[in-house]
Write a protein that binds this ligand. Structure first.
Ligand code: CMC
Length: 434
């Protein structure tokens, strides 16, 4: 923790016969933070915060979210400006290195990423070991974890050069891995990357081209794909990013840590929500069934939730959802499917939920996953590919956060405490006496 953020202010905590003065830290944006690092050594107590709703687990300079304002900044730049004016690889550079690149820096970065798009040929056999009907996320967790076995020359986290090579490899190879997980799943031949295409266009090519005929990437679809990547690039200390940080805190290699992040992202409360959301919209099927699903979402005895709605941090709106909705309109118009029934259900569901007292009071708004599935479906991806695409895009965020953490001289292994409520010490009883 840099001392520059240490404030003269303190917080006073009294309990029992003790009074502690706890230092306060002032961020560049966001609420002040009470530094409780010495709480146990000085006060002999822990804090209790399941789900980390009030706990900052690290300091970071990468991404800032103001949930009440609905603001998302990467290195200070608003996400809507980046989505409109920038492109994914430039945003990758910004997240990784802290500033927007000059033209030369961008060219160099793009060329480094492009020259690492191929996978070690032996990895094909690794893919072939999976069942064809495996979910592409299952394949991705396995293959990305296996990168540590294929690229051990970039697993020494103490060597800055190896860290940089691992960074470039992960960003460059993730589209190839996601596309090959898909190709394997649908029984088509793997398509090798084409380095004359940009990042998003190359991904579409690897997913949709077949050896038997020419595939021309539509530039507007490629732009929409690139925007989806940009909107998912990073999101500060969410569950998968915190998983990557926790895994890396032990000194594990970057490929293993990113595989851990992919595993965490898979869950329907996190990255898996995009698949779950489109499946829900299809299940609703027509606007007249919306009230029934709204009632289910409000029913405490029904585990059903409106997928693509709500967020731990955004309590006003998710700025990514706004851009995503606009992109959905553009892509569907381009493809001549503006009257897509799923989009109609989504728009109507959003309008009804935003007027409903339950959603208003709990500040539940559409999140990034509400419209992304509609675009991905229109582009031609099956729902099983939605979360792998999220993982592909989030890789740069995970890697940026990992790099930041590893470079911190005060790095400590992450090791939470617990509130133990189990049995106290008792003597073993032989089986015949139980
Ligand atoms: N539908 C119905 N009720 C909801 C929903 C929803 N989608 N989300 C939250 N609530 C209710 C919840 O039941 C709770 O009510 P009560 O206070 O009466 O118990 C209240 O709102 C607060 O919910 P919470 O679960 O305590 O909030 P959280 O911050 O722990 O969870 C969330 C955030 C995103 C997991 C949750 O809103 C959710 O499950 N949403 C649906 C899944 C989803 O769309 N996830 C994608 C998140 S954005 C992409 C990403 O970052 O991965």
């Amino acid at each position: 923790m840099p001392d520059t953020h240490r404030d003269a202010k303190t917080a006073t905590l009294s309990f029992g016969d003790k009074t502690l003065e706890l230092p306060m830290l002032t961020p560049t944006a966001g609420p002040d933070v009470i530094d409780i690092r010495k709480l146990y050594s000085q006060g002999g107590v822990f804090t209790y915060d399941p789900g980390f709703t009030s706990t900052a687990s690290c300091d970071s300079t990468i991404t800032y979210i103001d949930g009440d304002k609905g603001e998302l900044l990467h290195r200070g730049y608003p996400i809507d400006q980046l989505a409109e004016k920038s492109h994914f690889l430039e945003v990758c550079y910004l997240l990784l290195y802290g500033d927007l690149p000059t033209a030369d820096q961008l060219e160099d970065f793009e060329s480094r990423v492009t020259s690492h798009t191929m996978l070690h040929e032996q990895m094909q056999y690794f893919f072939r070991g999976f069942r064809r009907d495996a979910h592409p996320m299952a394949t991705m967790v396995g293959v990305v974890g296996a990168m540590s076995a294929f690229y051990h020359d970039s697993t020494d986290i103490h060597d800055p050069w190896q860290r940089e090579v691992a960074t470039i490899r992960l960003i460059a190879k993730m589209p190839t891995i996601a596309a090959w997980a898909y190709k394997y799943h649908i029984g088509q031949p793997f398509i090798y990357p084409r380095n004359d295409l940009d990042y998003a266009a190359n991904f579409l090519h690897m997913c949709f081209a077949v050896p038997a005929e020419t595939y021309n990437v539509n530039p507007i679809i490629a732009r929409a794909m690139d925007r989806i990547f940009t909107l998912h690039a990073d999101h500060e200390q969410n569950a998968s990013t915190s998983t990557v940080r926790l895994a890396s805190s032990s000194g594990a290699n970057p490929f293993a840590c990113i595989a851990a992040g992919i595993a965490c992202l898979w869950g329907p409360a996190h990255g898996g929500a995009n698949q779950a959301c489109l499946e829900m919209l299809r299940e609703i099927g027509s606007p007249n069934r919306i009230p029934e699903f709204i009632e289910r979402a409000k029913d405490k005895d029904d585990p059903f939730r409106l997928m693509g709605f709500g967020h731990r941090v955004y309590k006003n709106f998710d700025p990514r959802a706004r851009v995503m909705k606009q992109s959905a309109d553009e892509v569907l118009e381009l493809l001549g499917i503006e009257n897509n029934p799923t989009l109609q259900v989504a728009k109507e569901l959003e309008a009804i939920a935003l007027k409903d007292d339950y959603f208003v009071e709990k500040k539940l708004y559409p999140n990034v996953d509400f419209y992304s599935g509609i675009i991905l479906d229109a582009i031609g991806f099956p729902t099983s590919m939605f979360t792998p695409i999220f993982a592909l895009a989030r890789t740069v965020g995970w890697v940026s956060q990992w790099k930041e953490m590893i470079a911190d001289p005060q790095l400590k292994i992450g090791r939470p405490r617990q509130l133990y409520v189990g049995a106290t010490s008792r003597d073993y009883v032989d089986v015949e006496n139980r």
